[in-house]
Design a protein. Structure first.
Length: 92
């Protein structure tokens, strides 16, 4: 099961749909403060590994994109926004 599962418009893909599927290595909860958090999953079926280094999930400078295909660089902020939204919801 994925923590984040989103589809988005991507005109370069079949049916004009791309996807973000990510799972964190830690359970995020209202009192969570145990950073960094490693996110692994798939971006348009390509494997990715992303590390969020602190609680400011909305800012790209707080991420390390360790395994990340260059062709998806334009999606980095969208991914950060999805992670930020997930954490905000989990923190209540």
């Amino acid at each position: 099961m994925w923590d984040i599962s989103e589809e988005f418009v991507d005109y370069t893909r079949h049916r004009d749909k791309g996807s973000i599927l990510l799972k964190s290595n830690k359970t995020i909860h209202p009192s969570f403060k145990d950073y960094p958090v490693e996110w692994t999953g798939l971006i348009n079926n390509d494997r990715v590994k992303i590390v969020l280094n602190n609680s400011d999930a909305s800012t790209l400078r707080n991420y390390d994109f360790l395994e990340f295909p260059e062709k998806h660089n334009d999606l980095k902020q969208q991914i950060a926004d999805a992670i930020d939204e997930f954490i905000d919801e989990a923190m209540g």
